[in-house]
Design a protein around this ligand. Structure first.
Ligand code: XMP
Length: 523
């Protein structure tokens, strides 16, 4: 297993991710863990992350005894500088900060780079495109090291002492901008460290199941099941570990997608045999939402009512000691900032609006170390249907933020039908170029209900009905998004079907706004 020491870079978690993508187990710990901890960890290799400080003036110093353990070490950015300084080299402030794409010439004989090439430069030499982000740089090598990559701005862009298995790079191989970065990390962990391929989801299930059993013992656990990917996978995993000690609470707030309640019960209660309490709270939610038009006020009401319903249900299970949540690694990072290894503030689950401290339950978060794609893989390995596991995200407030203005039962019903038609057609339409269907080709797609009426004509009669907007976006992080270039045929078919099949809607429009300036949801 690989030990990653975090010196505070914004992208340290990506190192962990790349190592796991090589199917090698890795853990991220703070740079200041003791040498005894490191010895006990028995790493097959150590990676030193980047960080925002300067080695010559910072107390971000790990224990240099780690260089005496006889295991390979890879230093990245600050990690390189700290390695160089600790082993007798020299680091100085550069005259310019180097930030962004850079080209380096790398030595073909290096175990880290040999044979890798993005293209040839004008002189016919092979170059690698890398991502740089640094002010300081190494200016003198420690004994035993040689330069293995360089460019004009950074003559010492990578160094190694192959005899001892020490490698260091000034650029960031963990970000995708470094085109061959993934391969460099693969080479380090697999070829240079010789790490075992142990990080696979079936392996992970065994480890996680054992850990959950140890944590909760014979206690009872409750979990708010939303039907979303994270809480579903958490439920399946915990159920695998402790069976009937787990009770899930599924709150139907009346703002779910078509047949969602039925599907959740079919998957969990019937198929997996999980204890699920199905609470039909639609009337309660609708009652509190009546007359409310402000988006934030609507969100708050939905969050508050959820907590109330959930608390009332959990009060009926007084023996429960644990509250399980589907918190995943990006949630942890988001709430803890870049710092790892230090105390994390636990994020109130954004889908449940934050449960109050008075619940006096300990938190069980078995997905805390997993990235979204790993959660999905885990879900499939646990026997959940791929359609569930690869579902688009759905916001906690549900259709409440997709019905503009006041939420009414009638609007929710119309929207549910229209939305189901859109999704069905996206799934049914395959793009010839990629062989994928349009549900797979979009990151999120849904229908928005606009409470305005427009005039239409159907058959011989005039209609005066509501409008819906189709929204489909492509994004990798949901922070920015492009509207999806859906084929006209598909848009036409969806429009026809909605207008013909959903009585009360006579007009369909397509949203062609990017984020920014628009957001993905309309409220
Ligand atoms: P926006 O509309 O801000 O959405 O571009 C970005 C992503 O976040 C989802 N979203 C929410 N998820 N509770 C959630 O759990 C919310 O209140 C909420 N608002 C937006 C949205 O669906 C998109 O994926």
């Amino acid at each position: 297993k690989i030990l990653i020491l975090d010196f505070g870079s914004q992208v340290t978690q990506l190192i962990a991710r790349r190592v796991r993508e090589a199917h090698v187990y890795s853990e991220l710990h703070s740079f200041d863990v003791s040498i005894d901890f490191i010895r006990e960890f028995k790493p097959t290799g150590i990676i030193l992350s980047g960080g925002p400080n300067s080695v010559y003036e910072s107390d971000y110093q790990a224990d240099p005894k780690l260089f005496e353990l006889g295991v390979p070490v890879l230093g990245i950015c600050y990690g390189m500088q700290w390695m160089a300084e600790s082993l007798g080299g020299k680091v100085e402030a550069g005259t310019v900060r180097e930030f962004g794409f850079a080209e380096i010439g790398a030595q073909a004989s290096s175990k880290l780079f040999g044979g890798l090439e993005d293209r040839k430069n004008s002189a016919g030499q092979s170059v690698l495109e890398v991502w740089m982000s640094h002010g300081d740089k190494v200016t003198a090598l420690p004994a035993g090291f040689s330069v293995i990559a360089s460019n004009e701005a950074c003559p010492i862009a990578a160094i190694s002492d192959e005899a001892r298995g020490f490698y260091a790079v000034q650029f960031h191989p963990e970000v995708t901008h470094t085109l061959k970065g993934r391969e460099m990390i693969n080479r380090f962990v697999l070829d240079i460290c010789g790490a075992k391929l142990s990080w696979t989801m079936p392996n992970y299930i065994d480890v996680a199941v054992a850990k959950i059993r140890e944590q909760v013992g014979t206690d009872e656990v409750i979990l708010g099941l939303s039907g979303g990917v994270d809480s579903s996978v958490a439920a399946a995993l915990i159920h695998r570990a402790i069976g009937d000690q787990l009770t899930c609470v599924f709150v139907d707030n009346g703002l779910l997608r078509l047949n969602e309640g039925k599907q959740v019960m079919a998957t969990f209660a019937e198929h997996l045999g999980v204890k699920v309490i199905h609470v039909d709270a639609a009337a309660q939610f609708m009652g509190h939402l009546a007359g409310v038009t402000d988006p934030e006020a609507k969100r708050k009401i939905i969050g508050r009512e959820f907590v109330e319903v959930f608390q009332a249900e959990s009060a009926k299970l007084p023996s429960a000691k644990w509250l399980a949540q589907g918190t995943i690694y990006p949630d942890v990072i988001e709430s803890a900032g870049a710092k790892t290894g230090k105390a994390h503030t636990i994020k109130s689950h954004h889908n449940v609006g934050g449960l109050p401290e008075t619940m006096k339950l300990s938190l069980l978060e078995p997905l805390r170390e997993l990235f979204k794609d790993e959660v999905r893989e885990l879900g499939v390995a646990l026997g959940l249907a791929p359609e569930l596991v690869y579902r688009h995200p759905f916001p906690g407030p549900g259709l409440g933020v997709r019905i503009l203005g006041e939420v009414k039962q009638e609007f929710a019903d119309l929207l549910r039908f229209a939305d189901a038609i859109f999704i069905e057609e996206l799934r049914a339409t395959v793009d010839e170029k990629t062989g994928k269907n349009w549900y797979e080709l979009t990151s999120q797609a849904f229908v928005v209900f606009l409470p305005v009426k427009s005039v239409g004509v159907m058959g011989d009669g005039r209609t005066y009905d509501y409008v819906v907007a189709l929204r489909a976006v492509v994004t990798s992080d949901f922070m920015t998004a492009k509207w999806a270039e859906l084929p006209y045929d598909l848009l036409g078919k969806v429009s026809n079907r909605i207008i013909n099949e959903v009585k009360g809607i006579n007009r369909v429009v397509y949203d062609v706004s990017g984020k920014p300036p628009a957001t993905i949801e309309w409220e």
